[in-house]
Design a binder for this molecule. Sequence first.
Ligand code: UDX
Length: 490
Amino acid sequence: MDQVEQHRPHVLIFPFQAQGHVNSMLKLAELLCLAGINITFLVSYNIHNRLLRHTDVVSRFSKYPGFNLDHYPDAYDESKIHTAQQIMELYSSLQSVVKPFLREFMSKDPAHGTGKNRSRFSSIIADGILSLALDVAEEIGLPLIYFRTISAGAFWTYFCIPQLVEAGELPFPGDDMNIRIENVKGMEGFLRRCDLPSFCRVSDLTSPDLSLLLRETLQTPRAKGLILNTFEDLEGSILSHVRTYCPNLYTIGPLHAHLKTRLQLQVANSNNSNSNSNSLWQEDKSCIKWLDNQPPKSVLYVSFGSITVITREKLHEFWHGIVNSGVKFLWVIRPDSIKAEAGDDVLKTTKSTPEMELEEATKERGCMVGWAPQEEVLAHPAIGGFLTHSGWNSTLESIAEGVPMICWPYFADQQPNSRFVGEVWKIGLDIKDTCDRVIVEKAIKDLMVERKDEFLHRADEMAKMARKSVEEGGSSFCNLVRLIDDIVKG
Ligand code: UDX
């Protein structure tokens, strides 16, 4: 670091160790680097190595001398996280291993030693589910802003859980999951039991996963501010409720589109790489060539994100539904995403005649990869729809490109996200809690054929709003400027 860089604010960014969190927080890191802020991006040793192995993060960030990628000792292998139970295990190791590390890391200044007010950092941006960072920041006296990687809508449903319990709406009195929920302000008209985060589907409210998420969410107002990867035109009415508890809100999304716009504004010849992948798996770019040969808006992109694991039975229902729809498809099947015996190839083990026909049709109409360059895929003119698990990054990436969705949420925040897509924004179909080949086939035909124009029109309107929000003068643009000002002022 030269002398100028030494006098710049230095922000420690500390994400939760999972793809969706690292991805969006690294985008924020780059936006702050572009504004001349020094960043230390702190991840687990394993994530650090995966980023180095699968991305060009080192060369991409080499143009920002104030950027530093650092790591803490592995507390838990994040590639094992597929269930709420595993998230719980990760948390307990974060407390025992990472919290002491963080205390030392945050309070030490190589130039001036260790102790209160000796940190080399001017502030911290921590993942909004890592209150251990907030505890340490308060001990040391450093300002901390939270970054929550979920939608405002999902955040708000978590935040309202105490009201639901008080009103007797939780635990669910009865089995009918279609009953309306009345005590999440702003969502009275459309939220059903089945649309609450999956962790609410418990008979015992002291269940560890719900308690943990609730505890993490309810302490959000302790932070100096809250950054959300969303934009005002998308979630304005819910944001007004969130603001009553967290008034210092920075809505700066969609972050990937925001970063892209800022990078395009940089001088075109400044050696900017087109790829800004933060993937923890190796991207298979061959699918882009395959897409290049498909007609516009003809291909369904199928991906269930970085955590989802599905049974062989469900996979087969999707496979039949997708192939029977007659639509062309690009399907991401992560190597670790299927509950199966090691070594058996799910799409080739059964060899009955109908299955062989299915395989033939798959070869004719489909392309399958283990991990795709998703942002590039969704921006490709051949893509006409997205069958998604409704992770928030995937949802925003689809919205920004005007791609309508079929939503099959897996867990956590994905249940409310899919309700917003289907019922509030009306840019897709919500097929949660069903996994039947006939329903899948019908949904694809509806989205990609029968109601194609209607969905594309609405998705296109939404994409325009997303773009407007990150352009100069747009709400996300202005909020990022405010965030940068606040970081600089300290
Ligand atoms: C989960 C949550 O559901 C999400 O809302 C939360 O913010 C983080 O944890 P995940 O399953 O990882 O997320 O889904 P999502 O939020 O959609 O993130 C997946 C990311 O991986 C996206 O940015 C997507 O572009 C990327 N991806 C996915 C690829 O780059 N290639 C792929 O093949 C699949």
